[in-house]
Design a protein around this ligand. Sequence first.
Ligand code: BTN
Length: 242
Amino acid sequence: LGKEIIYFSEVDSTQRVAHELAKNGVPHGTVVITDEQTEGKGRLGRTWFSEKGKGIWMSFILRPSFAYHQALQITLFTSVVLANTLKKLYQRNFLIKWPNDIYINGKKVSGILTEMHGEQDQIHYMIIGIGINTHQITFPENLKEIATSIQQETGYIPKRIELIQHFFTEFEQDYSRFEGEGFMPFYKQYNDALYGKGRRIQLKQVNQQIEGTIMCIDSNGYLILQEDDGKEAKVVSGDIFF
Ligand code: BTN
């Protein structure tokens, strides 16, 4: 992983480029990275602000051997790896907002977008896109309250190469375990880093909205909420609002 790195100074989205390359057969572990994205993609059809030289905007290709349900958990696994990497490098409390945002001091510093290609029972390839705000000192008005960067929060001026190398080393170390044993060995670490534990939230899904208190995630990666009547709700997808 990360041995084949394809660099662009500018692309519309590394996610789209990685997809094209994967269709053309590039190997497992190929990374596409850029200085600037003109159409960075976020989750749920949102856009991702990817200012020139201010962050790590990359996508990598996996050709997994595991089953579809595990593919859903790879995003959670990736969040654990990324949070661990950031903690080690910058010695701060990086947390994970379920399912896959990295937070520090109550603001988002990184987001992960996973796309799967294939059929239900056979994944052809996956593309994992990671955006890490490293060097921003200011953000546009609409992001100011919710987004931050490593530099802003820690004072470190991250070295992009160093961060990427640490991330892929850590990812590779744990990935074989993930392939063999699934998410189970990692869900405790995820829970330790879970952002917003004990807080009352609204969970917005496509067709409904649930309110409840964040308890934990289970070994499948489902979010467990306690609703006001005391019942537990297990959720697979959605967006948390505090
Ligand atoms: C999210 O939090 O909504 C996910 C954001 C993912 C952003 C990254 S930046 C590199 C890659 N290319 C994209 O177009 N998006 C992902």
